[in-house]
Design a protein around this ligand. Structure first.
Ligand code: ATP
Length: 336
């Protein structure tokens, strides 16, 4: 198997703790994986004046993948763009994949939940095109045919690859007639190229409710940037909380993997952070690198620890520290 060189950003808050856990799991799994560390985020900005430097992004571009811990983004109009949006934009990581899957032993509303959220990652209100004029403020929502087409193709190709049956395009085209209208029109056109995959569309508000009443209605949710952001935090609540939800940011040339949770400053440095989301993100990374067997091994080891429920963090009902949970996963890996 060719060697893989992974860029690692530890990030802020609980970032260093969950990244250390994932890195230890990966090193046990495959000692030939090599890690190149970069500093970025709020703490880094306090020291250097930059959330992330252009040189760092160029170095990440040359490596095989990037594993990133959460980074803190400051509020306020005079602050810099966050690390994740900057990397997504510069490396054109237009697809955000967020698997929402219930795990054995983790208390959740619907133990059968197993859906994928595909979120467009570069457009929408998150372009940051906002301004203030007197006592009013304005934001420009950008949805393009190209952006909608490539994310729709990503979702349908994923459905084929993963053996999924249905894609649901989520929008608000009855009100946002131009922006969501263009998104929906494009999704419909792409769907016609994949007759073997069922296609439906749904309003975002109705989807928010269906997610907590009938999540089994969904297989792949395909949606715009801001709706995907909100729905995926909601969906994480279905499977045990933010500590359980991984993500992949994928472009044509590069990819970045990170937990969907933020830097959680309230629990930082206390060993309370659940490392599962970051470890599952590293499994997504292995799969992306063509290392499906290794990814399965990581997921199986984590599933065993979760199912036993003895060495898990407080957010999912245990008493273990982040590092103790990582160690339990490592021991399961060594027994495989
Ligand atoms: P952001 O705006 O950066 O996405 P957020 O406001 O969504 O951040 P998070 O930092 O993601 O907030 O987390 C919200 C709360 O969820 C945290 O304060 C913390 O209590 C809990 N939490 C988040 N991640 C984890 C984790 N890995 N383990 C345990 N609890 C977590």
């Amino acid at each position: 198997m060719p060697k893989a060189r992974i860029a690692v950003i530890r990030g802020d808050g609980i970032g260093p703790e969950v990244i250390e856990a994932a890195e230890n799991v990966l090193s046990t799994l495959d000692p030939t994986l090599s890690f190149v560390h970069f500093e970025a985020g709020y703490r880094h900005m306090k020291k250097t004046g930059f959330q992330i430097e252009d040189d760092t992004i160029e170095a990440i571009r040359e490596l095989d993948a990037c594993l990133k811990g959460p980074t803190q983004t400051a509020f306020g109009t005079k602050t810099q763009k966050g690390v994740a949006p900057t990397i997504r934009e510069k490396l054109d990581l237009y697809s955000n994949l967020r698997p929402i899957r219930a795990r054995p032993g983790v208390k959740c509303l619907f133990p059968q939940t197993n859906l994928l959220i595909v979120r467009e990652n570069t457009e929408d209100l998150y372009k940051g095109l906002e301004y203030r004029s007197g006592e009013s403020s304005f934001g420009i929502r950008v949805i393009t045919r190209l952006g909608s087409e490539r994310i729709a193709r990503f979702a349908f190709n994923l459905a084929v690859r993963e053996g999924r049956k249905k894609v649901t395009a989520v929008h608000k085209a009855n009100v946002l007639k131009e922006t969501c209208g263009l998104f929906l029109e494009t999704c419909r056109r792409v769907a016609a190229d994949f007759p073997e995959i069922e296609f439906e569309d749904a309003l975002v508000d109705a989807t928010a409710m269906r997610l907590v009443t009938k999540p089994e209605d969904f297989d792949i949710i395909l949606t715009t940037n801001i709706f995907g952001d909100i729905l995926s935090d909601e969906a994480a609540g279905l499977i045990g909380g933010l500590g359980m939800a991984p993500s992949a940011n994928i472009g044509d040339e590069n990819a970045l993997f990170e937990p969907i949770h933020g830097s959680a400053p309230d629990i930082a440095g206390k060993g309370l952070a659940n490392p599962s989301a970051t470890i599952l993100s590293s499994a997504l990374m292995l799969r992306h690198l063509g290392r499906a067997t290794q990814a399965d091994r990581v997921e199986n080891a984590l599933n065993e620890v979760l199912a036993e429920g003895k060495v898990v963090t407080p957010d999912i009902g245990g008493k273990a520290k982040t590092s103790e949970m990582a160690q339990a996963i490592i021991e399961k890996l060594q027994l495989q």
